[in-house]
Design a protein. Structure first.
Length: 215
């Protein structure tokens, strides 16, 4: 069992714990994303920071807790972006396009987040204490406004719609290399970026405005 007692050596103390934690999380994020949970080594993370393995255990308690902290920070970034999304003044179609675009942009800018979520799922379960997403509340309001105005079909579930949006965004990043090998097309090609971003929004709007299929 790993001890999490404070290091006895005063030389191991740091003057700025917040900065040290942030640095450890930065390096750990890259290492977990690169090597996966099983392949990542705390020794390697320590070697790439200005601290020690002992200090990492002091701050986080162990490898599993460190991975959880990395995940929490990664999820926190997209939650912050979703909370800052202002669509209340937009019509429902423009609003849902704005939300889809935000998810598209975030996954592209933070490929480590996509890899970390994949690693979490390989392990078989999400971490406790993390439920919901601010985006769901935004989607529910957009759906309600669109249905009230007669623009969107009734009966659309916000979680289902969020799954559609995130599925495309995650696939584009996570499956880039396999897709490119199979079909000779880079899903992250900068010249096709606008096309894929618009395609996602068009698919979402088409689904929301289509006549429901019986059954």
């Amino acid at each position: 069992m790993t001890s999490v007692e404070e290091p006895a050596d005063p030389g191991e103390r740091v003057r700025d714990p917040a900065r040290t934690r942030a640095e450890i999380l930065d390096v750990a994020t890259r290492e977990f994303a690169r090597a996966g949970y099983d392949g990542a080594r705390v020794d390697e993370i320590a070697a790439r920071t200005r601290t020690t393995k002992r200090m990492i255990y002091y701050y986080f308690g162990g490898k599993e807790q460190l991975f959880t902290a990395v995940l929490e920070r990664a999820y926190g970034l997209i939650r912050d972006a979703e909370q800052q999304l202002d669509v209340e003044h937009l019509d429902p179609v423009t609003a849902i396009r704005r939300l889809a675009g935000l998810t598209f942009d975030h996954c592209e800018r933070h490929p480590d987040f996509v890899r970390l979520v994949g690693i979490e799922n390989v392990q078989g379960a999400g971490r406790p204490g993390r439920t919901g997403s601010p985006a769901l509340d935004v989607i529910r309001r957009i759906l309600a406004a669109g249905q009230e105005s007669g623009v969107f079909r009734a009966g659309v579930d916000a979680v289902d719609l969020y799954a559609v949006i995130t599925s495309f965004c995650f696939f584009r990043v996570a499956n880039r290399h396999t897709f490119g090998t199979l079909f000779g097309r880079d899903l992250l090609d900068a010249e096709r970026r606008a096309h894929y971003r618009s395609m996602l929004s068009d698919m979402v709007v088409a689904y929301l405005t289509a006549e429901p299929t019986p059954g």
